[in-house]
Design a protein around this ligand. Sequence first.
Ligand code: NAI
Ligand code: OAA
Length: 361
Amino acid sequence: MPKASGVVQIAAGVALGAGLAFASKYISKLKPRKPLRVLITGAAGQIGYALAPQVATGNMLGSDQPIILHLLDVEPAKNSLEGLRMELVDGAYPLLEAVHTFTDVAAACKGVDVAVMVGGYPRKAGEERKDVMAKNVSIYQQQASALEANASKNVKVVVVANPANTNALILAENAPSIPRENISCLTRLDHNRALGQISERTGKHVDEVKNVIIWGNHSSTQYPDVNHGTVAGKPIRQAVNDDAWLNGDFITTVQQRGAAIIKARGLSSALSAANAVCNHVRDWVRGTPSGAWTSMGVVSDGSYGVKEGLVYSFPVRCCCGKWTVVQGLAIDAASRERLTATEAELVEERDLALQCLAERK
Ligand SMILES: NC(=O)C1=CN([C@@H]2O[C@H](COP(=O)(O)OP(=O)(O)OC[C@H]3O[C@@H](n4cnc5c(N)ncnc54)[C@H](O)[C@@H]3O)[C@@H](O)[C@H]2O)C=CC1
Ligand SMILES: O=C([O-])CC(=O)C(=O)O
């Protein structure tokens, strides 16, 4: 090696070393992130058991975000909740600053930044999600006021328990001081199911499937729409090349996947639901990837002609902690019919929920 170039290399090495030392000194002086409080209701249940460790590992809020978990369940589930707490402590998760368990909802909601509302009763084989309506909507009516009174004023809420859209609507109506845009329900599981089906059918990695949409209710009337999606950059319809399947079995498979899992496991989906909750909150808080959208159940502002105030799943983009409905997508006649059918079911559910609540008074 010529002498001059050796000197240059040594000088560059010294400069790099000094730079790294400065950077690491600077980084260590940066203020560590303040922990965020995440509430999981129904935490002693099966989704809770799958979700809590995912939150603790950073799958929901990122690998740089410390977490304090608030786990709520009913009094009879107290021991099971304590077992989960012990396991979380034993997990020695670097991001987990503390785990608190509660059977009192007001205490559980104190200061929470993210509220994942899983508490409720799952349907059994042969039931529709609205069959658990009477039991579950009254929980959401009661828990709304506890959240409103105790959570952080910017709390982001995602309702998972079924009927998820209608529980979220009841929560929104009974917590008027929580901004409407901060209340959502989970349809990301349906969105992910649609991605999975297209990936299996085309043999392309699921990462290459983009921009499917779940419209409407998290129920068997939901509309999984592929008309604006792509696989490895190609329109889904072109990549799949089988409209009969896309307009038929694909849609019913996604609509009925929850029931198929209950039939196969004897229990409803928990692992995939927990993963979808993390995806939903992560995209909401940290933003959807550039060029992509996701599906979220949100309070309708009338976009695409959907009745205002219903909690309806739309294609949304998220940035800086806020979602916006993707506007201007062309809706053909067949899709319009499906958008309207699922909207009609949500109106029917809303009326049934209000009737159940009135009868309980
Ligand atoms: N939106 C979605 O994509 C999905 C929704 N679900 C729904 O999520 C809910 C939970 O499902 P799993 O965890 O499988 O049920 P699970 O029965 O295993 O757990 C539910 C938990 O909620 C608790 N609970 C009941 N009332 C409560 C209350 N007032 N406050 C706090 N906790 C309460 C129960 O004690 C139980 O521990 C069900 O309604 C299910 O249908 C399930 C999968 C996907
Ligand atoms: O189907 C159910 O009852 C559970 C659920 O919501 C799902 O897996 O999508």
